[in-house]
Write a protein that binds this ligand. Sequence first.
Ligand code: EPU
Length: 324
Amino acid sequence: MISLQNWPCAALFDADLSAKTTMHVGGRAEWLLEPADPEELCAAYNAARERGFVPRILGGGANLIVDDGRLPGVVITTDRMKRCFRPSLDGASALDHEGPRSNVAPAPPASDPRLIAWAGATLPSLVQNASALGLSGLECLAGVPGHLGGGVAMNAGGKWGELWDSLELVRVLEPDGSVRDLARAECTPRYRNGALGERVVVSAILKLVPASVAAVREKTREYLSEKRRVQPVTEWSAGCVFKNPDPARSNGCSAGKLVDIAGLKGRVKGDALVSPLHGNFIINRGHATATDVLALIEEVRAEVAAVTGVTLETEVKVWRAATC
Ligand code: EPU
């Protein structure tokens, strides 16, 4: 049911969230707000705060496990904020521009190698647009699902690089509802952590490097095919479940390798499965519940600790129904 009941944007009551995550598990949100642009996002956030809610922000749901049951309060999705465009040629403040009516179109390498993206721009679309424009820097995100906002918040990336390597500026909503622009130099992103605290990403400017379209395409293709070879990219999952531990603590072993050493690949709980291809992925085979997935995560964590002495830290975020 679509409702505008007093919310400053489209809103759904009792909305199913499972289809909005790549793991495809979990329950419903009391309210799901769907802002269509940065202004509506700020208005929705402030309206929720005024009513006493601390809104949860849902990007592409690629690194998230939503608990079974009903989440009380407000979830704001960036699903409708997909725009990505190039800065205007007159050099005016880029983020204040609406951009062209359509999304960025392929063109020869730009003299201004920047892209502006709203929080809901998908990482695959950004990789594709940068590649079509001959702009290098986002190839390391080939095959990474999710939205720009979530990617900035968690510093998405992998062994070839991270999103924050290409950020010039991030526009955020502060917890008090005010909007602020953070230059890259003001931020201290770390491994899988944009270190933005409770701030909400509204949009960002990506600063890329001009290159040939062929070279960017080739690198993107190479990373993607390597990823497909070692990760279960076509299955329902939330990406890597655990952060890689400090190599000094784990004798240089990645989280996936530790799960592998502990003999847990193929372990099943209900319809949730530790990927036989990569130990750091849990797959929903079709009918898993969040309860299955969360129980399997804890089982893996405990057994890895018992066998290897390393306690793994979860990379995926979990939204518990009981805690708002
Ligand atoms: N390995 C095993 N067994 C396994 C899995 C891995 O022995 O079951 C070994 C591999 O052979 C390799 C090492 O562990 O020698 C590292 O594995 P991989 O190259 O697959 O990289 P990773 O450290 O597991 C990281 C990121 C991924 C990212 C890839 C590629 C983390 C937790 N994971 O994986 O990110 O895609 O590099 O760049 O940082 C994610 O964040 O969701 C994610 C998937």
